[in-house]
Design a protein around this ligand. Structure first.
Ligand code: FAD
Ligand code: SIN
Length: 527
C-alpha cells in the first residue's frame, strides 16, 4: 500500500496549491492527492465572482479591505489573521497569474475589478463569471507538469489514521488529541479500502452545502474532512455560521442550485418582490450591496411575509451587451430557461453557500492534531468571523495553502511513521441489500436542516432538529458498521455528523451575530 510524504485530501484551490508548492520545494518528496470525483470537481470549479484582492492603489487600500472584512464578520474575525490574508493577497495572486491564470483587464491593461456586497471599493479580480474554472484549470495543468505529484481521482478518504489505530482497532474513536499518519481511502472503482500512510496530511476537502436541500455547492460538498477530523478528535468551531447566498436561480429540483453571482448586483442589478417593488433600502443603506447576511435575511423575510417562493433580480435597465460580455455563463443559463435578461427578471432565492467555521487551525493551518493541516473551506482560520466577506474564500485558500506549505516542508524531515498500523478490516460487514434507507435518510437530513436550521432559526426548531439528527446519526452508524463501504454510506455518515455539529453549535450560541440569527435570541442581536 502506498506510503507518501504529503497526502492531500481534495483537489480544489486549497489542495492543489499546497501540493504544487510542496512538490516544487522538496523535489525528492512524494505528494499524493486523493479526490473523490473527477479531478476538477470541487466548489472551486464553480466560483463565479472572483478573488478579493486590495491592490493598494489610489482607489483602494489594505486598510479598507481589512475594515470591510471585519465589518462583515460582525466582531468575530481574528484581526491579525485578517491583516495577514489581506496583505499577502497580491503576492499570492501574482503567483497564480505566473502559472498562467488569466484575469480580465481593462483598456489600460490593469485588472478590471468587480464589486460585490460588503466591499467599499471595486476589488474583485475575475475571469468573466467563471473565475474558479480558470483557477482550477491552471492549477491542474501545472500539476500535470509536476512529476512528484500523483493524483488519485475517484478515491474517497474514509477516515484519518491516528495513533488510536495502533491500539489494534480501526473502529473505535477516542476524543483525545492525536497524531495523524495518513488516511484510509476507498478506491471507488475497485471498492477496496487502501491504507495510505503519510508523514504530513492536509485536509482540503471543502464545505458541506449538501446538508441542505437548496445549495449552490456541488454534490461533493458533504463535509467529509470536517467529519473525519471531528472523529479523530480535532477541534471544530463556529459551525453555526452557515452563509446563505442571497441569489441562487429559482428552479426547483436543481441540485446544485445555479448561482447568480453577487457581482451581478455589483454591476447594478436590483432586487424586487414578485409584485415589482424594491425593498433593500428598508434593510440597509447599502441597499442591494449590503453584506450577504443582511441581503439573504431581507429576502427570506420578504418571501415569508408575502408568501412568495422567490424574489426577482432585475437587470432590464442595464446595458445588455456589457452584461453578456461580463457574465456569459449566467446569461447562457438564463437563456436556456427562456429568461432574457433585457426583457425578463430573474427569479432568485437564497441558498446554502459557504461554511464560515470548520476545523480550527492556527496561522500556519495546523489543526489540533499533530501532522494534520487543514486549508480552504473545511478550515476555520479566523478570517471570516460570523460572516465571510464575498470573494474572500479563494483568497484565504491561496494565502493559507502557502502558510501550510512553509510549515510542513520545514517539519517534514522530523516526522517518522510508526510500524504496526493495520490494514482496513471488512470483518463483520456485508453487501447492502437495498439502498433505500441511505437515500431516504439523506433526503430526511436535508429536509430537516432546510426546514429547522435555515437562515432564521429558533430554539424550538433547533431542538426538534437535534432529536431527528440523533436518530439519523445512530442509523447512519449502524449502516456504516454493517455494510461494505460505498460512497453513499460514507457520505451519509459525514453529512449527519456535520449537520449535528451545525445544530449543536447553533444551540450553544447565545447571541445573534453575522449569518447566525435565532429569533429566540432577538434581544441579543449584535448589529
Ligand atoms: P473545494 O474547491 O470544494 O475542493 C474540495 C475537494 O475535496 C474536491 O476536490 C472534492 O472532491 C474533494 N473531497 C471532498 N471530500 C473528499 C473525500 N472524502 N475524499 C477525497 N476527496 C474529497 N469564493 C470566492 O472567494 N469567490 C467566488 O467568486 C466564489 N464563488 C462561488 C460560487 C459557487 C457556485 C460556490 C459553490 C462557491 C463559491 N465560492 C467563491 C466559494 C469557494 O469557491 C470555495 O469556498 C472554495 O473554492 C473552496 O476551495 P477548497 O479547495 O477549500 O474546496
Ligand atoms: C458570487 O460570485 O456571488 C460568489 C462570491 C463568493 O461566494 O465569494
Amino acid at each position: 500500500m502506498p506510503q507518501t510524504d504529503f497526502l492531500v485530501i481534495g483537489s480544489g484551490i486549497a489542495g492543489l496549491s499546497f501540493a504544487l508548492k510542496t512538490a516544487r520545494a522538496v523535489q525528492d518528496a512524494r505528494v499524493i492527492v486523493v479526490t473523490k470525483a473527477d479531478e476538477d470537481e470541487s466548489n472551486t470549479k464553480y466560483a463565479q465572482g472572483g478573488i478579493a484582492v486590495a491592490l493598494n492603489t489610489f482607489s483602494d487600500s489594505f486598510e479598507n479591505h481589512v475594515a470591510d472584512t471585519l465589518l462583515a464578520g460582525d466582531g468575530l474575525c481574528n484581526r491579525e489573521i485578517v491583516e495577514m490574508v489581506v496583505r499577502e493577497g497580491p503576492m499570492r495572486l501574482d503567483e497564480i497569474v505566473g502559472m498562467g491564470a488569466d484575469f480580465d483587464k481593462d483598456s489600460r491593461g490593469d485588472y478590471a475589478l468587480g464589486k460585490e456586497g460588503g466591499h467599499s471599493a471595486n476589488r474583485i479580480v475575475h475571469h468573466k463569471d467563471a473565475t474558479g474554472l480558470e483557477i482550477e484549470k491552471t492549477l491542474l495543468a501545472r500539476l500535470r507538469l509536476t512529476p512528484n505529484i500523483e493524483i488519485l481521482s475517484h478515491h474517497f478518504a474514509v477516515d484519518l489514521i491516528t495513533e488510536h489505530h495502533l491500539k489494534g482497532t480501526t473502529r473505535k474513536w477516542n476524543a483525545s488529541p492525536a497524531t495523524c499518519f495518513g488516511a484510509y481511502v476507498l478506491d471507488l472503482r475497485s471498492g477496496q479500502v487502501e491504507k495510505i500512510l503519510s508523514r504530513v496530511t492536509l485536509l482540503a476537502s471543502g464545505g458541506l452545502g449538501q446538508i441542505y436541500r437548496n445549495t449552490t455547492n456541488p454534490l461533493i460538498a458533504t463535509g467529509d474532512g470536517i467529519a473525519m477530523a471531528h472523529r479523530a478528535g480535532a477541534e471544530i468551531r463556529n459551525m453555526e455560521f452557515i452563509q446563505f447566498h442571497p441569489t441562487s436561480l429559482f428552479h426547483p429540483g436543481d441540485n446544485p442550485s445555479f448561482l447568480i453571482s453577487e457581482a451581478v448586483r455589483g454591476f447594478g442589478a436590483l432586487l424586487r418582490t414578485k409584485d415589482g417593488k424594491r425593498f433593500m433600502a428598508r434593510y440597509d443603506e447599502r441597499g442591494e450591496l449590503a453584506s450577504r447576511d443582511i441581503v439573504a435575511r431581507a429576502i427570506d423575510y420578504e418571501m415569508k411575509v408575502n408568501g412568495d417562493e422567490y424574489v426577482y433580480l432585475d437587470l432590464r435597465h442595464l446595458d445588455n451587451d456589457t452584461f453578456a460580455a461580463h457574465f456569459p455563463t449566467i446569461r447562457e443559463k438564463c437563456l436556456s430557461l427562456g429568461i432574457r435578461t433585457d426583457r425578463d427578471m430573474i427569479p432568485v432565492v437564497p441558498a446554502a453557500h459557504y461554511l464560515c467555521g470548520g476545523i480550527s487551525v492556527d496561522d500556519h493551518g495546523r489543526t489540533t492534531i499533530t501532522n494534520l493541516y487543514a486549508c480552504g473551506e473545511c478550515s476555520s482560520t479566523g478570517l471570516h468571523g460570523a460572516n465571510r466577506l464575498a470573494s474572500n474564500s479563494l483568497l484565504e485558500a491561496l494565502v493559507f495553502s502557502h502558510h501550510c506549505y512553509t510549515d510542513a516542508v520545514k517539519r517534514i524531515n522530523t516526522v517518522s511513521l510508526p510500524a504496526g498500523i493495520p490494514e482496513w478490516s471488512r470483518e463483520g460487514t456485508s453487501a447492502a441489500r437495498e439502498h433505500i434507507l441511505t437515500m431516504h435518510n439523506r433526503k430526511e437530513l436535508r429536509d430537516t436542516m432546510s426546514d429547522y436550521v435555515g437562515i432564521v432559526r429558533s430554539d424550538e426548531r433547533l431542538g426538534l432538529a437535534l432529536k431527528r439528527i440523533e436518530i439519523l446519526d445512530k442509523e447512519a452508524y449502524d449502516i456504516y458498521r454493517n455494510t461494505i463501504l460505498s460512497i453513499a454510506v460514507c457520505e451519509l455518515r459525514n453529512l449527519v455528523t456535520t449537520a449535528g455539529l451545525v445544530v449543536k453549535h447553533s444551540l450553544e450560541r447565545k447571541e445573534n451575530r453575522g449569518v447566525f440569527y435565532n429569533v429566540s435570541l432577538e434581544k441579543t442581536t449584535h448589529r
